[in-house]
Design a protein around this ligand. Structure first.
Ligand code: PRX
Length: 637
C-alpha cells in the first residue's frame, strides 16, 4: 500500500514544502492522523522560542511502541522487523519478526516492572549492538520510562556523569560487547561508574560475551533469569502505557561547547511523527525494503533510523554488531550481498576508511540489491561522495546527504532519493516543515542565493528538542539566545545559486571526529586531569579519514622526560575520563598558549597552526606574548 504522505515527484516536494510553510498545523496534523492515537490531540502546535516552549499535538495520548509494533501485527506480523548480523560472520544471525519483537518487548517490559521501574523513571542503557538493545529501548517506551542510551565507547566517568545528571536508578547492560577483534567489558565499566552512583538500585545484565563479571547481591540481576521469571508468571500481556504527546520519550547526551555534555530531551508524539516522515521520504522507503543503517543505537542516528523511524514504518531494519573493517574491509559489502540490502545509510568517515582499502573489496561483492545510499554525521568530501556513488551505487543509486543533529531528532536538510536532485557534498534542500535561515555576524538574516552564514531554523518542527534535561535555561542559552526567535544549529552553511545548502562544519567549539561529536572543552578538562598538566587547548584539524582530528597543545608543570610516554599517559587519561573516541590524534607540548591580555586563548591561531597554515596566522599584536606563536610554530607535530 502506498504511504499517503510519501513525496513521489519534484513538483510534489515543492507543493508539500509550500503547504508546510503556509499551513504548518494542517500539514503536520494530516501526517499525524495516520498514526495510532489513544486520544486525538487538542492543539497541533503552540510555541515560542523565547523560553523556549514548544508543544506539538498537545492533549494527544499515544504510545510510540503501539505505532512501531502493535499496529503492524495484522499485516506484517510474520515479516522481519529486525535482522541482526553478529560481529563474527561465522556466528548465527537472528531475525525477529514483528510478532517476535512485540512479544519480547512485552516480556522485557514485564521484567522492568518486576524490577520496580515506573513511568517517568530514567533508565540508562549501556549495551553493545545486540537485538536486546532495541528491545530494552522499546520496553522502556512501552512502560513510559525515559531511556538514556549511552554509547558503548564511553568511559565509567562519562557514564556516572550521565547517571547523576539523569538521576537514573536503573541500568541495563551486557557482560561485554564484541567489536571487531576486541571484547569490551561493559559490565565492569558500569561497576566502576556505579561507585559514584549509589542511587542506582538495579542493574540488569544480558549475557553476550561470557566475560567474567561481578554480580553484586541485591543490585545486579541477569536478564535471562528475569525473563525466566516472567515466563513462570505465564508471560502476562503488557498493554502499552498511555503517554501524553509531550511526555519525555528519551534523553540522549551530546557534546556542546562547554565541558559538560547535555541531555537532549525528545518527547513522544513529535519525535515519532518526524522520524517516520523523514524515514519514508528521504530514503523513499518501499514496503519490503531492507534498510541497513550502520550507526550505533548509542547515537541519535541509531535511535531514529535503526529503531523508531524504520519500525514505525513497518520496515525491516538490519542491525550490525561489528565494524566495517573486520574481519576484512569487505564486511559491509558482504552484509549487503547476504541480506540483499536496499537502503544503506552510513557515515563519510566509514566511506573514507573503506576507500583506503581500494576497490577490490567492493567490486568483488554483489551489490545489485542496493537502491538508495545515504550519508550522515559530517560533511562529505566530493571524492568520498563520488567513490560511494560510483563503486557502491554503480551510479544507479541516488546518494542522500542528510544534515541533522541530535537536537533535531531527524533529517532536516537532504535530497529525497531519486525525487529531488542531488549535488555532491551538498545536503541540498530543506525537508517540508524545515525553515532554514542563514545569519550574518550582525545577527541579520541573509537573503538571496550564493551566500553563507550561520545556519538557524525559524520555525519549530515536530522532532525538535524540548529542553536539556534538568536545566531548561541551558537549553535556552545554547540554542535560542544567540539570535532572537531563532534556533541556532552551531553549523556554518552556504546556499548556492540554486538555493542548495552545503553544511561547512561547526562554528562553535565542537569537533566532529569520525562523525562523533566532541566538545573541545570536554577534551581539555580530561587532559587537565593528568597530574603533570598545567593547561591545555584543543582544536580540530583536517584528517583524511576521520574528517576532523583532535590536536592538543599542552603545557606541563615540568618538561616531560620521556615525551612519547607522556603523550601516551595523556591519551589514556582522556580515554579514562571520556572514552577512547576522544583521544587526541596529536599532542604538542608547549611553553605557553597564545592569550589575549584578558586571558582568552586565541584558538584561531592554534587552529591555523594545527592545519599547517604557518604564514597567514592573522593579527597577533593583541596577544600578551606574541613570541609564544613562533615557539608553537617551531614545535608543530
Ligand atoms: O556539524 C553537523 C554535523 O554533525 C552535527 C550533529 O552531530 P550529532 O548531533 O552527533 O548528530 C549526528 C547525526 C545526525 C551537525 O551539527 N553533520 C551532521 N550531518 C551532516 C553534518 N555535517 C555536514 N553534512 C551532514 N550531512
Amino acid at each position: 500500500m502506498a504511504i499517503p504522505y510519501q513525496i513521489t515527484s519534484l513538483e510534489q516536494y515543492h507543493r508539500d514544502y509550500k503547504k508546510s510553510v503556509e499551513d504548518p498545523e494542517g500539514f503536520w496534523s494530516n501526517i499525524a492522523s495516520q498514526f495510532l492515537w489513544k486520544k486525538k490531540w487538542d492543539n497541533v502546535l503552540s510555541w515560542n522560542f523565547k523560553e523556549p516552549n514548544v508543544k506539538w499535538f498537545a492533549g494527544g495520548k499515544l504510545n510510540i511502541t503501539e505505532n512501531c509494533l502493535d499496529r503492524h501485527i495484522a499485516n506484517l506480523g510474520d515479516s522481519p522487523a529486525i535482522i541482526w548480523e553478529p560481529n563474527d560472520p561465522n556466528e548465527a544471525t537472528r531475525t525477529l519478526t514483528y510478532s517476535d519483537l512485540l512479544f519480547k518487548v512485552k516480556q522485557f517490559s514485564n521484567v522492568l516492572k518486576n524490577n520496580g521501574v515506573k513511568k517517568g523513571d530514567r533508565v540508562c542503557i549501556y549495551m553493545g549492538m545486540v537485538p536486546e538493545l532495541a528491545i530494552a529501548v522499546l520496553a522502556c517506551a512501552r512502560l513510559g520510562a525515559i531511556h538514556s542510551v549511552v554509547f558503548g565507547g564511553f568511559s565509567a566517568q562519562s557514564i556516572s556523569d550521565r547517571l547523576q545528571d539523569a538521576q537514573a536508578r536503573f541500568v541495563i547492560t551486557c557482560d561485554g560487547a564484541f567489536r571487531g577483534n576486541k571484547e569490551i567489558p561493559l559490565k565492569s565499566v558500569i561497576d566502576d561508574a556505579l561507585e559514584r552512583c549509589p542511587f542506582v538500585e538495579r542493574v540488569i545484565v544480558l549475557t553476550r560475551t561470557k566475560t567474567p563479571v561481578s554480580m553484586i547481591r541485591n543490585r545486579d540481576v541477569w536478564w535471562e533469569d528475569e525473563i525466566r521469571k516472567v515466563e513462570q508468571q505465564g508471560n502476562p500481556d503488557f498493554p502499552a502505557e498511555e503517554m501524553d504527546a509531550e511526555d519525555m520519550l528519551f534523553i540522549l547526551y551530546t557534546s556542546g561547547s562547554t565541558g559538560k555534555p547535555k541531555g537532549v530531551v525528545h518527547t513522544c508524539a513529535g519525535y515519532m511523527v518526524y522520524t517516520n516522515y523523514t524515514f519514508v521520504n528521504v530514503f523513499q522507503y518501499k514496503p519490503g525494503n531492507i534498510h541497513f543503517c550502520t550507526a550505533d543505537i548509542g547515537w541519535i542516528t541509531g535511535h531514529s533510523y535503526i529503531v523508531y523511524g524504520p519500525l514505525s514504518a513497518g520496515a525491516t531494519s538490519l542491525m550490525f554488531e561489528g565494524i566495517p573493517t573486520w574481519p576484512d574491509a569487505g564486511r559491509f559489502w558482504d552484509i549487503v550481498d547476504k541480506y540483499k540490502v536496499n537502503i544503506l545509510y552510513t557515515a563519510p568517515t566509514a566511506i573514507r576508511s573503506l576507500m583506503s582499502y581500494g576497490t577490490e573489496p567492493v567490486l568483488s561483492r554483489d551489490l545489485s540489491s542496493l537502491k538508495v545510499l545515504g550519508t550522515v554525521g559530517e560533511p562529505i568530501n566530493e571524492e568520498a561522495w563520488h567513490w560511494y556513488d560510483e563503486f557502491v551505487g554503480k551510479k544507479k543509486c541516488p546518494v542522500v546527504d542528510t544534515w541533522w543533529q541530535t537536537e533535531t531528532a531527524g533529517i532536516m536538510i537532504s535530497n529525497l532519493a531519486g525525487v529531488t536532485p542531488s549535488k555532491p557534498s551538498f545536503a541540498t534542500l530543506p525537508l517540508p516543515g524545515v525553515q532554514p535561515a542563514l545569519i550574518d555576524e550582525k545577527g541579520k538574516e541573509i537573503q538571496g542565493n550564493g551566500v553563507s552564514g550561520n545556519l538557524c531554523l525559524k520555525f519549530p518542527w515536530p522532532g525538535m528538542l524540548r529542553t536539556t534535561y534538568g536545566d531548561h535555561e541551558r537549553c535556552r542559552l545554547n540554542y535560542f539566545a544567540t539570535y532572537d526567535d531563532l534556533y541556532f544549529t552551531g553549523d556554518g552553511c552556504l546556499r548556492d545559486e540554486n538555493g542548495y545548502y552545503r553544511i561547512t562544519g561547526r562554528v562553535d567549539d565542537v569537533l566532529n571526529v569520525s562523525g562523533h561529536r566532541i566538545g573541545t572543552a570536554e577534551v581539555e578538562n580530561a587532559i587537565n586531569m593528568h597530574s603533570g598538566v598545567v593547561e591545555s587547548a584543543v582544536v580540530g584539524y583536517p584528517h583524511d579519514i576521520k574528517g576532523q582530528g583532535i590536536y592538543a597543545y599542552v603545557i606541563c608543570g615540568q618538561e616531560p622526560e620521556d615525551v612519547e610516554l607522556m603523550r601516551k599517559d595523556i591519551s589514556s587519561t582522556v580515554a579514562r575520563i571520556i572514552g577512547a573516541i576522544a583521544k587526541p590524534d596529536k599532542i604538542q607540548f608547549v611553553r605557553g598558549l597564545p592569550k589575549t591580555r584578558s586571558g582568552k586563548i586565541m584558538r584561531r591561531i592554534l587552529r591555523k597552526i594545527a592545519e599547517g597554515e604557518m604564514k597567514n596566522i592573522g593579527d597577533t599584536t593583541t596577544l600578551l606574548d606574541p613570541a609564544v606563536v613562533e615557539d608553537i610554530k617551531n614545535g608543530k607535530v
